[in-house]
Design a protein around this ligand. Structure first.
Ligand SMILES: Nc1ncnc2c1ncn2[C@@H]1O[C@H](COP(=O)(O)OP(=O)(O)OP(=O)(O)O)[C@@H](O)[C@H]1O
Ligand SMILES: [Mg+2]
Ligand SMILES: [Zn+2]
Length: 344
């Protein structure tokens, strides 16, 4: 699996996250004066666990680079850090139930003459408040050789007392260019050929989560081009043509497009359709309907309540609010009905 085979082993191989890398490397250069409690927060699949592991390697590598990266070639760097005494990863399901400070302290024992240890508390937001309070005590009392690294996608669920005494480092979504370059370097090493179309599908589909991009690349290598496209193609283009066909009153084309759309996997149809509807709303808004009360209500749903929005739209009357063009209303209605009849 690419996610295992190509998990970066040095900061220099981590895609994007420049600020993160700079901060962690500056700690590697001066570990003794740095804060010992660190929160890595941000989007899933963007490198949090990866960076925590590299951090542990860099802290203890004897030949680290001047800028604070590990050397990548010594025996220690080549070893699997998870099997060493310098690194421990706890699922918060385990530490999450610990309420006794003594118990936690024993778990986290480390002889600081040996170097530095990184203790990762994954999904830290799942720890109970009691466990978090216990952890706070441990943070205050533990020896200077230990770094506590809490990884979380939900920093708001971490106790403010812990948050305020931790260095918070944010992971962003990875931009398209960085994802593309990362994928290209992988296919180069694996000697797999890939064309721009496939590359763009993966970059679009992963939404900035590099783990998802790696999973999609695996899928492409296993399935081959044709199957992969079939599974991951976008129906957006067709929806667009559909709109044009309606505006041109081209019934034959409308029927043909609906037929084609219905051969798509349902999840793709639904996903792209939601986007399509939102685009229609936005366009209608721009044209003339800014003061339409109903539309404003719909707009309130825009965002995370997208599914509610689709439910509302399934009501025929709503189409009249998008546009006064009867043909357009009817066509949207037909399309939705067709899609929902497949669902059942
Ligand atoms: N910035 C990155 N550079 C290179 N590879 C990455 C990066 N982010 C994620 N990956 C890929 O995704 C895999 C998982 O990354 P990682 O475990 O570090 O994500 P995470 O942020 O900890 O996710 P989660 O929040 O789900 O725990 C890696 O093994 C690697 O294949
Ligand atoms: Mg992780
Ligand atoms: Zn090394």
């Amino acid at each position: 699996m690419i996610t295992q085979e190509f998990r970066p082993q040095q900061f220099k191989d981590v895609a994007g996250q420049d600020l993160v890398k700079d901060l962690l490397k500056s700690i590697v250069k001066n570990p003794d004066t740095a804060p010992k409690s660190i929160i890595l927060q941000g989007e899933y699949g963007t490198g949090k666990t990866t960076c925590a592991r590299i951090f542990a390697k860099a802290l203890n590598c004897k030949n680290k680079t001047k800028d604070g990266d590990n050397c990548g070639v010594c025996e220690f760097c080549k070893s699997n850090i998870e099997n060493t005494i310098y690194y421990d990863e706890f699922d918060s399901a385990m530490t999450g139930n610990v309420s006794d400070i003594k118990e936690l302290k024993q778990t986290f024992y480390f002889d600081k003459n040996l170097g530095y240890k990184v203790i990762v508390l994954d999904e830290a937001q799942l720890m109970t408040p009691q466990a978090q309070s216990a952890l706070l005590k441990v943070l205050e009392e533990s020896n200077s050789g230990i770094f506590f690294v809490m990884c979380t996608t939900h920093i708001d669920k971490i106790l403010p007392t812990i948050r305020s005494r931790s260095l918070k480092i944010r992971f962003d979504l990875i931009n398209k260019e960085n994802i593309k370059n990362n994928l290209l370097s992988i296919v180069d090493k694996k000697q797999v050929s890939i064309n721009d179309n496939i590359l763009n599908i993966i970059v679009d589909r992963c939404g900035g989560h590099l783990r998802d991009a790696h999973i999609l690349l695996d899928q492409y290598i296993i399935l081959g081009e044709e199957q992969f496209i079939r599974l991951n193609q976008s129906s957006k283009e067709l929806y667009y043509k559909f709109t044009i066909a309606i505006l041109k009153n081209d019934n034959l084309l409308i029927e043909k497009i609906i037929e084609t759309l219905l051969t798509f996997p349902l999840y793709i149809l639904k996903r792209d359709y939601e986007q399509f509807v939102l685009d229609v709303i936005k366009v209608s808004l721009k044209i003339k309907m800014t003061d339409n009360v109903y539309l404003q209500t719909i707009i309130k749903y825009y965002g995370d309540r997208i599914f509610n929005l689709i439910d509302i739209i399934n009501d025929r009357k709503i189409y009249e609010m998008f546009t006064s063009d009867k043909r357009f209303q009817i066509a949207m209605y037909i399309l939705v009905k067709n899609i929902s009849s497949v669902k059942r």
